[in-house]
Design a protein around this ligand. Structure first.
Ligand code: ZN
Length: 486
């Protein structure tokens, strides 16, 4: 039975869904004002692993992952301007154009990492009416106050009735000392009060009408609102990166309790953070590497490009609650490990069975299941697969045999865990021969180009060469013909 670590209780708990056979799961998605980087890849892959495992267990999962496309002052108080609006102003675009552009690019990167799309991907900007209604409920219950057109959570009042800080293990005194002097401080009763609705400054270009002012919702409001809208007033799992635990998730709990009178989430799950060469990722360290830069190898900290599957494999090699430190060396090691796994997979799919097995396939399925049930222990799953690879290689090298039943079982376990659950794309040239077909097609095009050149048909020759180059092929003319790589 699946056990997951609940941040709220600080222990592993058996997962029991609220409604039999169904799981409601909410994960905080990206703020779309820039390209996705490693900090986006880790929660996306962590909760993709959970999503895939829940599906494997036969649950019907409603997976909601939001898009934050409304500015939140909390995050960018230093600059006093919402980041999407700032980008829009600098690049002379509509704010929604900026948000859409980066949403598209986020989707492209997630697709490359083989992260399954969520069941619902609500946008904060599309749920302003619901957010206003949510703020109103908190006001009606007396846990918020209006000040100069903005609405703030009355944290002190709330903390008298509900435990504020229970998720991150903080108390109000800790929070007072941690709170930076932020914008709107003079409007608030206490520094730790947070905005539920913010009156827009005249230069602020993203704003909506509300009963209190022309303005925009506080950042935390969208997740309380959209989580309960799509998953109900109580739902199973809420996930996100550890950096979101405070203030974001703590504020979400407070908002939900203040509006509904009770907590909404049963299991809070948080993935740990990624460091780069031992340092926190951040602009000030100049180590902010986008996923695209990883895929293309275009960053001074990278020795070469790394494929999306290498990045995915590297993230899965660590348990999601451990920190991960990225370096080019560590990625090169992961790349080699992934190549070995892929090679074993390909060899396994090509094996021919014998009358009986001389190798021990062990209880691989059970071992992998046990590892996954133990709070999604992907590194242990990978270790079991590598152990199994030894037996596969023994047979493939002709030093052992495998029976028809054992082979079928092994192939099914590998497909299930490697492809379906870990979500690692295998280069499947054994199935359908798509790889061979594609190579033959490129050769065919280049042979047509060769003929065109002999006939001095430069237009056709250039067209083929340029088109293939645009697609990412490198073409080299040789004495006897051509060579190409992708
Ligand atoms: Zn959130």
């Amino acid at each position: 039975m699946l056990q997951i670590y609940n941040t709220l209780s600080r222990q592993k708990e058996y997962f029991r869904p609220l409604h039999e056979g169904h799981v409601g799961m909410y994960v905080c998605g990206p703020t779309v004002y820039g390209d996705a980087h490693l900090g986006h890849a880790r929660p996306a892959i962590t909760f993709d692993l959970l999503y895939r495992y829940l599906l494997h267990l036969g649950y019907k999962v409603r997976y909601v992952r939001n898009i934050t496309d409304v500015g939140h002052l909390e995050h960018d108080a230093d600059e006093g301007e919402d980041k999407i609006a700032k980008k829009a102003r600098l690049e002379q675009l509509e704010p929604m154009e900026v948000a859409q552009y980066y949403t598209n690019r986020y989707h492209r990167d997630m697709e490359a990492l083989n992260v399954l799309p969520p069941s619902i991907e609500p946008h904060a900007s599309g749920h302003i009416i619901e957010q206003i209604a949510f703020v109103q409920r908190i006001l009606d219950h007396g846990y918020a106050y209006i000040s100069n057109g903005s609405v703030y959570m009355d944290v002190e009042k709330y903390a008298k009735d509900f435990p504020y800080g229970k998720l991150s293990g903080r108390n109000l005194n800790d929070i007072v000392t941690e709170t930076r002097e932020l914008d709107g401080q003079d409007e608030k009763k206490h520094s730790y009060d947070f905005a539920l609705w913010k009156k827009a400054a005249p230069e602020h270009i993203m704003h909506w009408p509300s009963p209190w002012s022309e303005g925009f919702p506080g950042w935390h409001m969208e997740c309380s609102t959209m989580g309960t809208k799509y998953l109900g007033e109580e739902f199973d799992i809420h996930g996100g990166g550890m950096d979101l635990m405070f203030p974001h998730h703590e504020a979400e709990i407070a908002q939900s309790c203040a509006a509904l009178g009770h907590d909404t989430v049963h299991y809070w799950m948080h993935n740990n953070m990624i460091t780069i060469a031992g340092k926190k990722m951040g602009k000030s360290y100049n180590n902010f590497i986008t996923l695209e830069q990883f895929f293309k190898g275009e960053h001074h900290l990278l020795t070469k490009p790394f494929s999306p599957m290498t990045i995915r494999f590297f993230i899965l090699m660590a348990h999601y609650r451990s920190t991960v430190d990225f370096s080019s060396e560590a990625l090169e090691a992961a790349e080699k490990g992934f190549a070995r796994l892929q090679e074993a997979y390909t060899r396994l799919m090509r094996l021919t069975p014998s009358a009986e097995s001389t190798i021990e396939i062990g209880n691989l399925r059970q071992h992998c299941e046990e590892a996954m049930e133990d709070d999604l222990n992907s590194p242990i799953v990978i270790a079991h697969l590598f152990e199994s690879a030894k037996a596969i290689n023994t047979v493939a090298d002709g030093k052992g045999t495998i029976s028809k039943e054992d082979l079928a079982e092994l192939q099914d376990v590998w497909k299930t865990f490697v492809v379906d659950i870990l979500g690692l794309r295998m280069d499947d040239s054994t199935e359908g021969g798509s790889n061979e077909a594609y190579k033959a097609a490129v050769d065919l095009l280049l042979n047509i180009r060769l003929d065109a050149k002999r006939n001095k048909d430069w237009a056709t020759s250039d067209r083929i060469r340029n088109s293939l180059t645009d697609l990412g092929f490198t073409i080299k003319d040789t004495k006897d013909g051509f060579e190409w790589t992708l």
